[in-house]
Design a protein around this ligand. Structure first.
Ligand SMILES: Nc1ncnc2c1ncn2[C@@H]1O[C@H](COP(=O)(O)OP(=O)(O)OP(=O)(O)O)[C@@H](O)[C@H]1O
Ligand SMILES: [Mg+2]
Length: 305
């Protein structure tokens, strides 16, 4: 399904395509029998969509199914109206993927490797290819080291190289599995700005463990755990639902066991004092009201799953 929207950017009116990824009742079982995805349904449109969940929740598995690297057991995925499980080439030619782990890095320069990947993505015109590669290397702050071999890059540089290759060919959907892992704060901000800028016109699906990044970047999000979708919606709405229901008190860390009846949805150690946060419909004795955060939403959702 193709939508057209008119939006206000720096130029008064720009016409762009609204992309739509539809996931229905998606299940994935690995050969050992583990059900990594259990009946996941999601609708994702332009903008940054945040995927949160603990280790082993199924975030990378979901991303691999969308990209066509894993076949699901059941379910449907369509991108802009085309069934991508039947026609994987349709999404592949419009997709940029930054996997969580690249594995081995070849002994060729960043520029040469991008040249090769650009050819694979069908960017045939030599001048266009060169211009796009240089612009992307500049955007991810690797222009100065474009002739260095990728296997000699630091972890953060490799991550930025991964982002550059994911953006090759102007994809309509970008899937980034923990893109900020290993980036220093300056590079993390740079990547956030880059993703925000491009997400007006494309779908960006971002998995991360940094709840605050989802709060600042994403207009929609989902929390998954043990392969199941626990909740989805906008971070603002989810936070609003907890207003008047989060309470805090400062306790000595050794006393934390005494609160076992109220699972914590936040805790912060300041010196020798532990500030705990709990969820309750009424104000518990000795607790003070606290403004809810997305981290409270995250832990509250996991506690209730
Ligand atoms: N190739 C595989 N074969 C068998 N089991 C797998 C395979 N890949 C992942 N799993 C299992 O599937 C579950 C989901 O893994 P997945 O990598 O999708 O989680 P994740 O949410 O991305 O976790 P993390 O935050 O640690 O990256 C885990 O229990 C994992 O052990
Ligand atoms: Mg993962």
């Amino acid at each position: 399904m193709q939508y057209h929207c008119i939006t206000r950017l720096t130029i008064p009116y720009i016409l762009y395509t609204m992309n739509h990824l539809s996931i229905r009742q998606l299940s994935l079982q690995y050969p050992g029998g583990l059900l990594a995805l259990d009946q996941i349904s999601l609708d994702i449109t332009n903008g940054i969509f945040g995927l949160l969940g603990p280790n082993g929740a199924g975030k990378s598995s979901l991303m691999k199914v969308i990209t066509g690297l894993q076949r699901p057991r059941n379910g449907h995925i369509s991108f802009n109206g085309t069934d991508v499980l039947k026609e994987p080439a349709f999404i592949r030619s419009r997709l940029g993927f930054l996997p969580q782990d690249f594995g081995v890095y070849p002994k060729v320069s960043a520029y040469t490797l991008l040249q090769h990947l650009a050819s694979l993505k069908g960017i045939g015109n030599h001048r266009e290819r060169k211009a796009q590669i240089l612009s992307l290397l500049d955007k991810v702050n690797l222009l100065q080291v474009k002739d260095k071999e990728v296997h000699t890059f630091s972890g953060g540089m490799r991550q930025r190289f991964g982002i550059a290759q994911a953006l090759l060919g102007n994809p309509q959907i970008i899937i980034a599995d923990e893109p900020t892992a290993g980036l220093d704060p300056e590079e993390r901000n740079r990547l956030h700005l880059l993703l925000s800028e491009i997400s007006m016109q494309v779908i960006v699906i971002l998995s991360t463990h940094l709840v605050e990044d989802v709060r600042t970047l994403c207009h929609q999000m989902a929390i998954i755990s043990q392969g199941r979708l626990l909740t989805q919606g906008s971070p603002e709405n989810m936070i609003r639902e907890l207003v008047g229901k989060v309470w805090t008190r400062a306790i000595p860390p050794a006393e934390r066991q005494a609160y076992a009846a109220h699972p914590f949805i936040g805790q912060q150690l300041t010196g020798k004092v532990l500030h705990i946060a709990i969820h309750s419909e009424q104000q518990p004795e000795g607790f003070l009201p606290l403004a809810p955060t997305l981290e409270h939403v995250y832990f509250h959702t996991l506690n209730h799953s």
